[in-house]
Design a protein around this ligand. Sequence first.
Ligand code: AMP
Ligand code: GLY
Length: 439
Amino acid sequence: MNILIIGNGGREHALAWKLSQSNRVNHIYLAAGNGGTALETNMSNIAIDPLDFTALVAFTKEKSIDLTVVGPEAPLVKGIVDHFRSEGLLILGPTAAAAQLEGSKYFAKQFMQRYHIPTAQAVLFKNKQAALDYVETHTMPVVIKADGLASGKGVIVAQTLEVAITAIHQFMESTNAQLIIEDYLIGEEVSFIVMSDGETVLPLATSQDHKALLENDQGPNTGGLGAYSPATRVSPALYKKIMKTVILPTILGMKSEGEPYTGFLYAGLMISPNDDFHVLEFNCRLGDPETQAILFRLDSDLASLCLAAVQGDLYEYKAHWKDKIALSVVMASSGYPGEYQKGYRISGLQQSDNPHVKIFHANTLSHHSDVVTAGGRVLCITALGDTLESAQKAAYATVNNIDYTDAYYRRDIGYRSPLNTCVSTTETVSCPCKNQIDL
Ligand code: AMP
Ligand code: GLY
């Protein structure tokens, strides 16, 4: 098979790396890829904008691409899957209608309320004054969420009324704007990601992201500065409950509404100290950097799983996971998630002989014979270990060899997980919604 991957981040480098291990795959193209995928032998970057569907379709036909896999949310929400399908091309991802689970927080909240999926209490507003009146009477903190895609800037956790009022004014600036105001939840966040062909659910290994900029989960929210898999916070009992009360109702609900959900579905969950959980958000794609850790543990053929999800054959597959811990450390540019400089030469990128460590590139560019920084999240160093401690050691040993001006990374990735974690094996179940198999 020839495969086209849409996107240019660490997630897409990891997808390409895992897909390239399949003996069913000949060549992988990335639109537009990064400095890391440019260096891989069986991959080619192509300079096509992920939102230029016409050019992508033309390229797909010209190169006889057998399967397209979409990384980021923007093309999905804009309808890339609908566009490819109308041309008779195989593509993995949700349609624009199904991608509203991420594209519209308003849609997602109403959907969850309709299907009694546990989520924070929320009120939906189309009128600015009504939203302002509401926060005046609500105890702080509250969480204010803009409706559409906002590149990670659409959620404000307001500790004070002043912050809440400013957020409402900011989010309601544009015409037809709408927002939701929801109760503040406490607990530990985990990422629960599955693959679906519209009917069958194949859960991926659990993972936990580190969204805060600073160690100990302090400071502003980022796209994610590190991850590990499995998320030890998710016990086998909790895992079953999440499947039953979140994942299956979502896939069945979308199907019953005539918009079957195909592709990757990511539920961001807040788990309280007493094991209650609520959906914070749905994403219509894989997480970054969760994907890098998850795929490091995957023992099955990813190309076969992706093809099965596109062709509606997922009920015939299971995913097998290494009984090990994978951990990813993101190296960023100082200043991110705010302003930062780029274009700095990166040294120390030579891959060691250790097959259990991989330097995934995110925002890098090949520049003559150098690789240079090109964005906020630059690299994602991923390692596999028998214990969390050994995975941390291997990942940070590689991080310490890499150097560029303004490099920033958290030194505590994995800190929430107990060391020497025992890996649960419940994750290998494939769950056909049709049969509601024994969970
Ligand atoms: P979202 O894009 O909805 O996941 O929100 C981004 C981040 O805001 C989440 O990862 C949480 O850290 C935080 N957040 C969102 N909703 C809530 C909530 N109801 N209570 C507490 N924190 C939240
Ligand atoms: N790491 C969080 C996300 O991909 O949304």
